[in-house]
Write a protein that binds this ligand. Structure first.
Ligand code: IVH
Length: 671
């Protein structure tokens, strides 16, 4: 027995060493066959002597029993993350800021791995717990899953107690393989390696995780001084010695901002050819003594920062141009291309607006095109790579009939768009229903594109008023494939709730031509009630500031159409509120519709928080200052954006002033 145990321990050591050389160092010393032989021998011993099986045996990497849920764990030291910066100015500002506290700093520069951070706790050299970052204070216990990651040592080379932090990520190879398999099996591919890693690590069944080819790169020890480490760069070496995969090969120490910028440029060039996904460079003050001096704010350490690379140019091939019919009958050409990853999402279509736009771009099916996200959200076709045309491609040609109901399209003098004039075109109806339920309209959660199409095709909802009759079809709806009791109940209560919306939402939701959110608000505020608006004369409507004669005519005509009058009467019967409740007043306050630029180091918020706040209150953020910028929010040591704002006479807000506005909004919203 003793001999068997001895052999088992020997095998574990051999296999661990081989894994380390293979996975962490990328430098195998034994063949796959030898490895398999050792592994199978170990499996046999463990099967015949289960009482001897060690918890840190490499055979646990195949995964274990599935869990019901993840247990929450509290991090002993909070898992902070760095503020993000995006350009050279901000790098220089960071260096300047550090120099105010540290006379001649040096920095460790490392690739910013694009996955999710994971904390590993070792006791006596054995992995006992792995956790996600969660909100930084509380994460989830993912020990079982992390044990399946080959580059995570189950046992360290030294029998010490230590917490190690690093990135759980998916190599580009594993990602491509995984997506290939998923598409083959009719499953939705992951948008990017980060999502794939996150999705794989949060599997309740660790056997699934084991097959996803996850990886782990260690980069941080929360209490390095306990191990006699004085420099961040030595942490990496220490982690490597312990048996971790680290990015020491790509790590560099810099002594000034020029060296930082050179490294960023250099790594940016290598980015695409690296085997792992990165999205920037992490800068850390190298001396731990200096780090201590610099300390941290409530959320972010002051001794480091994350520089994010700009989005990559993404090229794809235009497969088709498909025409869709909007709720007003407007025909839109759309680019359909081979799916590509842009800024974290998988996209395969983008609007081409109208005929003139397509002709101007001279876009042709078969072209190589560049795609990006406009304003960081809407997919857009950029350059058409005409020089890459190899064969004759047919020039764009506008259609003449509605693609859904075949009615001849019309185009009014001086307008860019074609319309399907058929009021009963099914496509228009579906779009109108989707619009009615949209977040900015009646905000009926659960009534999105696909369920609206289903309800329409199954004859449950043919027109807006039918939405409010769904309650009486509850039993039948539950039987519809793909929904179920819970989602139908939620949908029905969201529909019920929508009856209490304030008038501006209803006006917008009706889908009156030319009446956007802003006009709906103006009309609601002025008329206070749908019936009063309905009776308004054309002259009166035309006189309203910000409502031109075209909008006025459209509103006037809408209320003269018998179908619309019947809709309004039905809505009244169903108890839909017609009054202006003034609740959304807050939206028109400080942030709505304005564009803000952030510069310098913020203390009270992280960049991401500040951006989210602005967006939540209806504003936008931008990376550069221009005449269109509404205000610049300035933190400590602002860069050139601050100078530019002064030059252009753009209002400047300190972080405290920004906070005052945020507090005001919060108070308003809670009142
Ligand atoms: S050190 C205090 N080093 O990027 C944070 N982080 O904000 C110490 N990341 O969420 C983290 N690569 O998950 C560090 N080489 C690297 C990194 C890295 C990626 C992640 C980390 C964190 C964010 C930085």
């Amino acid at each position: 027995m003793q001999n068997i145990e001895k052999r088992m321990n020997e095998l574990i050591d051999i296999i661990n060493k081989a894994s380390y050389e293979y996975y962490a160092l990328d430098n195998p010393t034994i063949s796959d066959q030898e490895y398999d032989d050792y592994y199978n021998e170990l499996l046999r011993i463990e099967r015949d002597h289960p009482e001897l099986k060690r918890e840190d045996s490499p055979t646990v990497r195949v995964g274990g029993e599935a869990l019901d849920s993840f247990v929450k764990v509290t991090h002993e030291t909070p898992m902070l993350s760095f503020d993000d910066i995006f350009n050279e100015d901000e790098v220089i500002a960071f260096d300047e800021r550090i120099r105010k506290t540290v006379a001649s700093p040096s920095y460790t520069l490392e690739p910013k791995m694009d996955g999710l951070s994971g904390s590993l706790i070792y006791k006596n050299g054995v992995l006992v717990r792995a956790a996600t970052r969660g909100d930084g204070v509380t994460g989830e216990d993912i020990t079982q899953n992390v044990k399946t990651i080959r580059s995570v040592p189950l046992k360290l080379t030294k029998p010490i107690d230590i917490e190690v932090r690093g990135e759980i990520y998916m190599s580009k190879d594993s990602f491509n393989k995984l997506n290939y398999e998923r598409e083959k099996n009719g499953e939705k591919p992951f948008a990017n390696p980060r999502n794939a890693a996150a999705g794989s690590v949060r599997q309740l069944d660790s056997k699934v995780t084991a097959n996803r080819g996850l990886d782990y790169m260690a980069y941080f020890i929360p209490n390095p001084s306990a191990y006699g480490i004085e420099f961040q760069s030595d942490s990496l070496l220490f982690l490597k010695e312990l048996g971790f995969k680290t990015n020491y090969k790509y790590n560099k120490v810099a002594n000034n901002y020029k060296e930082i910028l050179d490294y960023i440029e250099d790594l940016g060039k290598k980015r695409e050819s690296l085997p792992f996904p990165i999205d920037g460079v992490v800068l850390k003050v190298n001396s731990l003594k200096d780090e201590e001096k610099l300390g941290a704010t409530a959320r972010v350490p002051r001794w480091g920062i994350a520089y994010k690379f700009p989005a990559l140019e993404v090229l794809t091939t235009l497969k088709d141009i498909k025409f869709t019919v909007g709720r007003t009958g407007k025909i839109t050409p759309n680019a359909i291309f081979s799916p590509v990853h842009v800024d974290g999402s998988l996209i395969s279509r983008a609007t081409l607006h109208n005929e003139a736009y397509c002709i101007e771009k001279d876009i042709r099916i078969g072209d190589v095109i560049e795609v990006h996200k406009a304003g960081d959200v809407i997919p857009e076709v950029g350059e058409v790579k005409k020089e890459r045309r190899t064969t004759d491609l047919k020039p764009f040609k506008m259609i003449t009939e509605c693609p859904i109901c075949s009615t001849k399209l019309i185009k009014k003098e001086g307008e860019a768009d074609y319309y399907c004039p058929n009021q009963n075109c099914p496509s228009r109806k579906i779009e109108g229903l989707i619009h009615y339920a949209e977040r900015d309209a009646m905000n009926i959660e659960g009534l999105g594109d696909s369920i609206v199409s289903d309800l329409f095709n199954f004859d449950f909802v043919k027109k807006i008023e039918d939405i409010y009759t769904l309650q009486s079809h509850r039993e039948e709806l539950i039987e519809l494939e793909g929904y179920g009791e819970k989602s139908i109940n939620n949908l029905l209560s969201a529909i019920e709730k929508s009856k209490d919306n304030s008038l501006e939402r209803l006006i917008f939701a009706l889908g009156i031509k030319h009446v956007g959110k802003k006009t709906a608000k103006i009309l609601a505020k002025k008329y206070k009630n749908l019936d009063t608006l309905k009776e308004a004369s054309l002259e009166e409507l035309s006189m309203i500031p910000d409502v031109g004669s075209i909008i006025a005519k459209s509103v006037y005509d809408y209320f003269r159409n018998p179908n619309n009058i019947s809709l309004i009467e039905d809505l009244r019967k169903f108890g839909v509120n017609f009054n202006y409740l003034g609740k959304d007043e807050i939206e028109s306050e400080f942030f709505t519709g304005k564009t803000f630029v952030l510069t310098g180091a913020l203390n009270l918020y992280t960049r991401d928080d500040a951006k989210n706040i602005i967006e939540n209150y209806g504003g936008k953020t931008s990376e550069s200052v221009s005449k269109k910028t509404s205000a610049v929010i300035v933190g400590a040591n602002p860069g050139s954006k601050y100078e530019k704002a002064k030059k252009l006479n753009i209002p400047i807000l300190t972080e405290e002033e920004f906070k005052e506005q945020v507090d005001k909004m919060n108070n308003l919203q809670n009142s």
